[in-house]
Write a protein that binds this ligand. Sequence first.
Ligand code: CO
Length: 215
Amino acid sequence: MIEKELQLGFEEILKGNKEWVNFVENDETGRFQQLAKGQHPEVLWIGCADSRVPANEITGKKPGEVFVHRNIANMCIHSDMSMLSVLDYAVNVLQVKHIIVAGHYGCGGIAASLSGQQHGIIDNWLCHIKDVYRLHAKEVDAIEDPEARVNRMVELNVKEQVFNLTTTSIVQNAWKNGAKLAIHGMVINIGTGELTNLDYSFISNESLNKVFAFK
Ligand code: CO
């Protein structure tokens, strides 16, 4: 019985791909042949791994238009080689113009970090979210409704991850070399699909404290 269920689920994936192949075959714009040769996305999206927040669908972008990195709670951690490698490639090779850090309300990673419960190996990852809480504990603790508390933390976490990106050597050097690169913080409402701009954007290191801004 289990095997049958697994098989059905897997077959659905293959069936879905057949539909996609059919769609690509019937596309008359030639864009897929073009895409097969290379990519020139203008946007790097750093989002949550949550299955409900697909970057392309939410932004109305087609294949080839968004370079994507996703992890639990859309974290930008200075020692995460995976994130740094994506960032370096996006900024220095693809020369994207926009980086969007996209959180989402009701994020399970954020909720878990505030729960005081153990969750296994992920707890070490969640420590980085707890660092964000530590910076904003007073404000977060003053919110009584648990859902509202998580959602405010989602916003604050996005802002802190945007800030983390601005202080990487990759972004600092890009700005120093005159790159036109904007970094934005946004939050998705899964229920409505809306992407809200948190108005926490950077286009240079001018507003950063001198400790963080490269000369
Ligand atoms: Co999430």
